[in-house]
Ligand binder design. Sequence first.
Ligand code: R1P
Ligand code: GUN
Length: 310
Amino acid sequence: MTSPSPYASTLDVLAGLLPPHLLQPRVGIVCGSGLSTLASSLRDVHEVPYSALDGFGKSTVEGHKSALAFGLIGPGEGIPVVAMLGRFHPYEGHKLSTVVYPIRILAKLGVRDLIITNASGGLNPNLAVGTIVVIQDHLALPNLTGPLNPLLGPQTSPDHPRFVPLSDAYSTKLRRLAFLAAHDLSFDDDALAEGVYAWVSGPTYETPAEGRFLRAAGADVVGMSTVPEVVVAKEEGMEVMVLSLVTNPVVIPDTYRSIKEEVKAELAGKPVELPVMPVVSHDDVLAVGRQKAEAMKQLVARIIEMIPHV
Ligand SMILES: O=P(O)(O)O[C@H]1O[C@H](CO)[C@@H](O)[C@H]1O
Ligand SMILES: Nc1nc2[nH]cnc2c(=O)[nH]1
């Protein structure tokens, strides 16, 4: 007798709660901090709280709900979509297997294209707060050197490769659609940019030196999520796109001033104003999410309508 799949009870609960036309979503959305309103473009919505689903944790971060929203996007019959209203981060104390469990469930439900969103700090000084960055690659320090690669351990399935290539992690098909969708929606040229996401474990925000280090290493934005989801989605064979909303600057020119020089100037009788280091808060992050919610929502909905659904 074969042992039951660890996902079977979660899938059974969903099958018992959802109408058949929503049970096989074609596209998945992961809503980042403050971005749960992305799902408001869905119609015929059925929400299932994470608490009803074995294997799901509870998202403890403000700006993250804890539910799956199933619904339809687009004209006619509509495209069946599932949105994760809230994600899990390792810094909340969740095991990596919990962080990526919803992605595995999305794959088992039939999701083939995954649109992941997040809030991030800007490392590239050309990226203004409010820019949506279409991620083209990532730099994952916890993956490279530490125990935070979600694929560590026995091979998850004989159908999955043991060694997952990530050189094509970010779907060129979906990234192309993002820019076409922004054009369709008459977004300003600088509303959408491209860049590299650095994943850090958090929950501390970066020191100025860490920000400069990540920038020098080639990253444009930094955040505390997403990469484990991308890695598992790739292992599951999905096409993946990440839209990262820049909510705050991390590398700020001219704020890294030398106190030694300030004191020398003071002793020389020059008027001195001590630098005030700007600090970021999660409230700032959520506020930018609210400001940009409508644009993000329109963009995601338009991309989904443009995906060839055969
Ligand atoms: O990546 P998401 O979940 O959007 O959230 C980002 O915002 C939070 C910090 O303000 C961190 O969790 C960071 O990763
Ligand atoms: N690590 C990190 N994550 C973020 N999420 C939103 N802003 C930031 C930031 O500045 N740093």
